[in-house]
Design a protein. Structure first.
Lengths: 150, 346, 497
């Protein structure tokens, strides 16, 4: 665990350092508060790094830095990529159609029972749910982007 | 099959947690930057009895660069039905708030200049923010169409305040105690700040501006609690407030009962400073002049509509129409007055 | 007395009852839908009220407000997607209860504590509004700053086991809150040249990303397995008894008081109230699961959350100072109806105001009834196959984030925070402090910078001025208790062992 704290501590420290450096370009009044926070954040992350660094060597079980197995990483990346493409297509293809298609894709990919009956069920459920939810938001006055389709 | 029904049911239930029945308003609240289609022959603007012959699209998207429920948004929603009648088109309100209106305005400028997109805004994103050079657009990227409201700004103190009975006493105090007089406003670089700061700056006077990002209500609380001495506020936000006393009119002389006796800066001996909060319509640069004329004519007809006037009187809706030439002049003057003070802030 | 009965009779007129019911239902829907805030709901429906009488209009809009505060908890409890940012605190205990198969119980508790919170605040509004309102004036820059700092001390008890990591995350939230236009100078900062960032990091995309999206990642990390018969049978709705209606009288009372006070303070709302209440509950609870699936936790959050409604209405109606964005919109509705907020509402216009307050009471009863009767059905959501449920949560996250202000960029931001939130959870970081930092950062910075301006830019003078301000001293004591309590209780527990 401490190895992981050590590494995340460095990442967060870098985050605060970036904002601290950037605040140098601001007027003093606007820079004051972010600087106080960044300073506190840097001290805290440094403390985290030191404490976990010391404990790390004493730790019995040396856990891996990344707490996921390859299958989990693959699924996580796939989900992220799918959602990113989905969002990218929202205003290009149309909100309803793209959402419907991607919801269906995600349901089907993770469908445990691989047979026709379940696939059909998944698609029907997706269509009903998407249309109802979309109608709901539209009735409440939200306008959605239209691309090539709806 | 059973499974199918059960999961269809559970899906329906997810939905039912979100929805029991749909209903309510049908006007739009927000949308993306994609412009609506301008296809289809619309009703001619001559429906409103104007001379300009121009085909408006069926749907005109009005970008309000503030959140749903903000003052400007409420104003737009108030005049919407009357304006629709005179335009012969459906107005769809697109609320795109953020960064004092800059986000919505930036988005608006990138839309099609075909008459189907129009902006309804306060001067903060159209005049003041661009004047400080922080935006990707300038004030010249917008074409003022017509003004709906012009609200003079006031410097106001608590009604219980004996130290400043009138405007003269405030000015004397500022001259005698440089930097000691405090005035709250709804954010630096915003119109409420510029209203008083531009005067102080040009006259070489010094008072302390205290920005309250929570808006006028926040400033009011600070004044009533004695945390600051005064605040800068527009007339419509003072209407009906008996616990606050306006001491200096920072805008155009008002004729509203209760405000007509407040001295303007000119009456106190300082000519050339007039700041009003004006909300109005803007097209983007490059739009056909005929659309500007026609839209302006429809707005004019709306603000003269009997039905509208009756409703406005009942709801204390203040309106001061100005046609596109007068409005453009006002925008230009406001920008010139604000530039020095905004540059000093950067 | 007859006067009061007259007001109650007006509130019970068929017309007003219908508006209260429709408003409550709409409010619950609006609240439960992520991204559709009560503010937007009321703003959109104001034009509908132009044509009806002022009393009915206010009843309708007020009922939406009450209903939405409860509605937000339904989606927070069931799918870890807070419908409103005020419900984010409820998700901590509520969703943990759902994972333990106690969704029904959590929903019932949420409805009941919401009801009691609402009732207490309505009573306060009815009898104490004018005197309480002046309390809002006492909150100057220094008090706001201390209030925000006190809120941040919640991190200490929230993350008692790893305070350093908790505070790190709190600072991350505070830094993120700095992006956009700064409250002092009005200049642009930390936008890295992007117009989108000029508007700052919005609350809803972050909350939905950190809570819902990351939950989807966690759920779908491993391949979905076919749900076994047993796991489906396991779910059963818990029996409702009369006891459930008034299970935690003390919690309802104290949590409502917290909600009421936070509501009166301008600029703070349900989100601050429910975290503060949850933190207070931490000190009194004996439940070992508190913060991790405790029914008491839900009660603390929801009672406070709903007590905020009456609290924010106090300065709104008496002073015309809206306590939060939702009441700001209600205020415009008042003005459109030709009413002027102020003491006049409680004197010359009282035949409109008092029936309105009575109707809020009715709306709260309706809300509780709908919540309790519906809980059984809402809870069945958790029976949906995992892949379908998660895909729909994802859909709701996307559509909800988009709806908040019609920005696709916000949806991308939501995804980014989903990934960040997931990774942080993997590395055992609590993400709630990020949300707290985002909520409280702007309040703290504005307060501090205003205090500095008013005290000759001297930090020493600012802190010296605080020692003469009673509210600051009280808040400081609260801070000390809040920070030290987790350690004192740990120490006491150790001594017992």
């Amino acid at each position: 665990m401490n190895k992981r704290n050590f590494i995340t501590g460095i990442v967060v420290l870098a985050f605060f350092a970036l904002f601290y450096v950037y605040s140098g370009q601001l007027q003093p009044a606007a820079a004051l508060w972010p600087r106080i926070i960044c300073m506190a954040g840097m001290v805290l992350s440094a403390a985290n790094i030191v404490i976990s660094g010391v404990k790390w060597k004493q730790e019995q079980s040396q856990t891996a830095v990344f707490p996921l197995n390859p299958g989990q990483i693959k699924r996580g990346l796939m989900l992220t990529a799918l959602t990113a493409i989905w969002i990218f297509l929202l205003s290009r293809v149309g909100f309803l159609v793209s959402s419907m298609v991607f919801t269906a894709i995600i349901i089907l990919i993770f469908e445990p029972v691989k047979d026709k009956k379940h696939y059909i069920r998944d698609i029907v459920v997706t269509v009903i749910f998407s249309v109802l939810l979309f109608a709901m938001f539209s009735l409440l006055g939200i306008r959605f982007p239209r691309g090539i389709l709806i | 099959m059973k499974k199918f029904i059960s999961s269809a049911l559970s899906a329906a239930l997810i939905f039912s947690l979100a929805a029991c029945s749909a209903g309510g308003g049908s006007d739009a609240t927000s949308s993306s930057g994609t412009s609506s289609t301008s296809a289809g022959a619309g009703t001619s603007a001559s429906a409103s009895g104007t001379a300009a012959q121009v085909e408006f699209p069926d749907i005109i998207t009005v970008t309000v660069p503030f959140n749903a429920g903000s003052n400007t948004d409420i104003q737009m929603r108030f005049i919407q039905p009357y304006l629709e009648k005179h335009l012969g088109a459906t107005l769809v309100i697109n609320n795109a708030g953020g960064a004092s209106g800059v986000i919505g305005t930036t988005d608006f400028i990138s839309q099609a200049a075909d008459g189907s997109n129009i902006l309804f805004s306060l001067p903060t994103p159209t005049v003041y923010r661009p004047a400080s050079g922080e935006t990707t657009y300038t004030v010249d990227d917008l074409v003022p169409v017509s003004r709906i409201t012009a609200d003079p700004f006031y410097l106001a103190v608590s009604g219980e305040n004996d130290q400043f009975p009138d405007g003269q006493s405030v000015l004397i105090y500022i001259q005698e105690n440089p930097g000691q007089f405090t005035y709250a406003n709804a954010g630096n670089g915003g119109i409420a700040h510029v209203a008083f700061a531009s005067f102080l700056d040009s006259e070489g006077l010094d008072a302390l501006s205290v920005p309250f990002t929570g808006g006028t209500a926040d400033c009011y609380t600070a004044v009533m609690g004695g945390h600051v001495m005064s605040y800068s506020v527009s007339e419509s936000e003072l209407t009906g407030r008996s616990d606050i006393r306006p001491v200096i009119n920072l805008g155009t002389k008002s004729t509203t009962p209760g405000f007509e006796d407040v001295p303007t800066l000119a009456e106190l001996g300082y000519e050339g400073y007039e700041t009003n909060a004006f909300a109005g319509f803007y097209y983007m640069k490059g739009v056909d002049e005929a659309y500007v004329e026609a839209f302006d004519a429809a707005v004019k007809a709306t603000l003269e509509d009997e039905e509208f006037l009756a409703a406005a009187a009942e709801s204390n809706f203040m309106h001061r129409y100005a046609g596109h030439e007068e409005f453009a002049e006002q925008v230009k003057n406001a920008a010139e007055l604000a530039v020095p003070i905004l540059e000093a802030l950067q | 007395m007859t006067e009061i009965l007259g007001y109650i009779a007006t509130a019970f007129s068929p017309e007003n009852l219908v508006f209260a019911l429709v408003g409550t239902i709409l409010g619950i829907i609006v609240g439960a839908l992520p991204g559709f805030t009560p503010t937007m709901g009321i703003a959109v429906l104001i034009p509908v009220t132009y044509t009806i009488s002022p009393t009915s209009a206010l009843v309708f809009l007020g009922a939406i407000y009450c209903g939405s505060m409860f509605g937000g908890s339904i989606s927070a409890i069931l799918i870890n997607t807070p419908g409103t940012s005020a419900a984010a605190a409820t998700a901590m205990d509520g969703y943990a209860m759902t994972l333990k198969g106690k969704a029904h119980e959590a929903l019932v508790e949420s409805a009941m504590s919401s009801f009691w919170g609402g009732i207490v605040s309505v009573i306060a509004l009815l009898f104490l509004a004018p005197p309480l309102a002046r309390f809002a004036f006492q909150f100057g820059p220094q008090e706001r700053f201390m209030m925000a700092l006190f809120g941040l001390t919640i991190i200490a008890s929230l993350t008692a086991k790893s305070v350093i990591k908790g505070l790190m995350m709190g600072c991350v939230g505070l830094v993120l809150a700095c992006i956009g236009i700064d409250p002092v100078q009005g200049s642009v900062r930390f936008t890295f040249g992007s117009t989108f960032l000029m508007g700052g990091i919005q609350m809803i995309p972050v909350v939905i990303g950190l809570f819902s999206m990351s939950q989807v990642f966690t759920s779908l990390k491993d391949p979905v397995e076919v749900a076994s018969k047993e796991s489906l049978v396991q779910y059963k709705s818990s029996k409702m008894t009369l006891k459930d209606i008034f299970k935690y009288p003390k919690i309802y009372w104290w949590s409502s008081v917290i909600g009421l006070i936070v509501g009166i303070i301008p600029g703070t709302g349900g989100d601050v109230a429910s975290y503060v209440a949850h933190n207070t509950g931490h000190m009194f609870t004996k439940d070992p699961d508190y913060g991790n699936g405790s029914r008491e936790g839900v009660a603390w959050c929801e009672a406070a959350n709903n007590a905020v409604t009456g609290g924010t209405l106090i300065p709104t109606l008496t002073l015309g100072v809206p306590g939060n964005a939702t009441t700001a919109v209600l205020l415009s509705a008042l003005t459109i109806q030709g009413l002027t907020p102020g003491y006049g509402l409680f004197t010359t216009e009282k035949e409109i105001t008092y029936p309105f307050i009575c109707a809020l009471f009715i709306a709260n009863v309706m809300m509780a009834a709908i919540g309790i009767l519906g809980a059984k059905y809402f809870a069945r959501v958790t029976l949906a196959p995992k892949n379908i449920l998660n895909a729909f949560v994802l859909f709701l996250s996307v559509i909800g984030t988009y709806a908040i202000r019609g920005s696709v960029s916000d949806v991308f931001l939501m995804l980014v925070f989903g990934v960040i939130g997931y990774l942080l959870k993997l590395y055992k970081y609590n993400v709630v402090p990020i949300v707290l930092g985002l909520i409280l950062g702007p309040i703290a910075e504005a307060g501090l910078s205003q205090a500095l301006l008013l005290n000759g830019n001297s930090m020493v003078a600012v802190f010296a001025s605080m020692t003469t301000r009673p509210i600051c001293i009280v808040l400081f004591l609260c801070m000390v208790i809040s920070v030290s309590y987790p350690y004192i209780s740990q120490y006491q527990n150790k001594k017992k062992d």
